[in-house]
Design a protein around this ligand. Sequence first.
Ligand code: NDP
Ligand code: PYC
Length: 340
Amino acid sequence: MVMKRTVDGVRLSLDEVRALTTATLLRHGLRADHVAAVAETIVAGERDRCAAHGVYRLTNCVHSLKTGKVNPVAEPRLEPSAAGIVCVDADGGFAQLAFRTGLPPLVEAARANGIAALAIGRCVHFAALWPEIEALTAHGLVAIACTPSHAWVAPAGGRIPVFGTNPLAFGWPRPEADPFVFDFATSAVARGEIELHRRAGKPIPEGWAVDRNGDPTTDAAAGLAGALLTFGGHKGSALSTMIELIAGPMIGSLTSAESLAHDAGALASPYGGELVIAIDPAGILGDAAAGHIARAEALFDAIEGQGARLPSARRFAARRETVHDGIVVPTELYDALLAL
Ligand code: NDP
Ligand code: PYC
């Protein structure tokens, strides 16, 4: 497929998305192994029609590189740790290569111990978590991942940002089907989604954000300048607190408030840590694991059987289309990316 401008935007094949992403990141001095790892998640975002974490993120990547807030030649290193724990120092680089470094020992440790954790420190994180979750479910492992971000989100009952948008993701391998995966911000919505509304000049729904005065707003720019709200009120607030704790101080890394202080107004992507937990059901159940995993299918049938959909079903359906049809990037964004 050849790039084509239409009234809806610019149509690109996934190969063209990869080529644009790769050329842009190389041009801004990111080393080739990081470029390959980062491009994989950006292309996956477009492939699965997750626009807030697709090529739009190139603008943040380039800005983070230009401001010196990410190490373009970082060397992620495995660090000594207890059995069942894999620690990776990302050396100030993007999280993707650090995750690639930690994945094989994490899988090995989960197989050996039944459960294992990967603690990534000193990384710059701008990505969705489901690519990492799917990398683990592909090994037949159950997975949980979370990371703080920048303090953009007010706690339930307050209006001063304390939390990051703090995503929580989970994956369950299914022998005969796409894995069960959910991956969502613990704010009402990812900040990237509000940024896309601002770029498109569209209002945001009520309940996503408050303005600088703490008043509800449907103006995307006012919400970005004020505070995002948690999803589910006090429940999202508590989950977000948990993520601050277990992917922050518990692994020797930063909270979202500390990440924002580290940023010092540069407006770069969040800096800190990520926690990934991998569980091998065979470690709990031995030879009986396959039978019990198969039993879980009844749960998915009960959900889908009544017309409800599973999280990630939209993504997997989009994936099956975009590999053939390509994707459409808004013209304004495409031109901004070319200008990078
Ligand atoms: P959503 O509110 O859309 O929630 C996304 C999750 O919910 C997906 O698993 C999605 O599946 C599922 N879902 C959505 N609608 C339904 C439905 N009607 N029925 C069942 N499941 C549904 O997205 P968010 O804005 O909360 O988060 C988007 C992304 O932003 C995430 O990938 C997250 O990792 C990323 N993020 C990253 C941050 C970081 O610091 N690195 C910070 C914050 C967010 P489906 O995809 O199939 O629609
Ligand atoms: O969309 O909130 C967000 C986000 C933060 C870091 C990466 N994505």
